[in-house]
Design a binder for this molecule. Structure first.
Ligand code: A2P
Length: 276
């Protein structure tokens, strides 16, 4: 047998291969990669991912350019999924937005985060509050069987500036209906436990307004036919910009809910949506 003399392909440290890329708008895309064989994570956690940066003009050395990304796929998925913003002059996302199937990305296999079931006490109703790419960890949690085992009802709110920015989340919610694993593990019709509440702030849509305003004026609860926030029954996970997180936190605390952590579970947890 003759030995093949295949050209050595330079392999990035912690390299994973891109298996799918989907573009939603000029500023949003999602992609899937292979999963490191040894990586275990809890749905809702994040990892550092990235690409090699440009060579240093002086030394010619290349360093990895890494950012925190929520894992959008559930813990049981054999691949990894990520949902990202595209920033024209963003050091990482200006490059990452051009990745194609077969390309490599760096994925540091050290998952961490607070948007996990372990950090939240059991309850009746779970609110997932997201803005923009803050939907990503909930894309993981909505596909996690434990979400439906721990709560009777899941309310997924997603607020974006424009309608097209809701597409990733809307498609994901729609896809749950035909999710074979969840239908098998949780039971047919599990997805009926979800109440999806998309809103926009800068383009006309059936429901407009910041979710914070819709909580304060009671419209959210009236629209969904649920009682106002109550620490005895309600739990929440929050992921958006820093300002959004602080505003929601104030509203949750005003309603009597206490923030939890991995070390001490509480009634709500918060994570900043990471922007590249
Ligand atoms: P708005 O259009 O009124 O700013 P961004 O892209 O700036 O992160 O915003 C994503 C979505 O979150 C937008 O619809 C935006 O509404 C909304 N948003 C931004 N900051 C807050 C906040 N502090 N409280 C509630 N909603 C917010």
């Amino acid at each position: 047998m003759t030995e093949t003399t295949a050209k050595a392909v330079p392999v990035l440290p912690d390299a994973q291969t891109v298996t799918e890329v989907k573009h939603y708008t000029d500023s949003l895309f999602s992609f899937r990669t292979t999963r490191p064989a040894s990586l275990r994570f809890r749905s809702g956690e994040f990892v550092m991912i990235g690409l090699m940066g440009d060579p240093d003009p002086k030394t010619g050395k290349q360093r990895p350019l890494l950012r925190a990304y929520s894992i959008a796929s559930p813990s049981w998925d054999e691949e990894m999924e990520f949902y990202s913003i595209k920033v024209a002059n963003g050091p990482l996302t200006s490059k990452l937005q051009h990745i194609k199937v077969g390309d490599q990305v760096i994925l540091k296999p050290k998952p961490v985060g607070t948007l996990v079931h372990d950090a939240v006490l059991p309850g009746k109703r779970m609110y997932f509050f997201a803005t923009g790419t803050g939907f990503a960890p909930f894309a993981s949690l909505l596909r996690e069987p434990q979400t439906y085992e721990d709560y009777d009802e899941i309310i997924m709110t997603h607020t974006c500036r424009e309608v097209a920015e809701l597409t990733y989340g809307r498609d994901l919610i729609e896809g749950l209906k035909s999710d074979e694993l969840l239908n098998e593990v949780i039971g047919e019709g599990f997805w009926k436990k979800i109440k999806y509440y998309p809103t926009t702030t800068r383009e006309e849509s059936p429901k407009m307004g910041r979710i914070t305003t819709l909580i304060e004026n009671g419209e959210l609860f009236a629209d969904l036919g649920v009682p106002a926030l109550d620490p005895a029954t309600d739990r929440a996970m929050v992921c958006g910009s820093l300002a959004f997180n602080l505003d929601i936190k104030a509203l949750l605390e005003k309603a009597g809910l206490n923030e939890g952590a991995n070390s001490e579970p509480g009634e709500f947890v918060i994570e900043k949506a990471f922007v590249g």
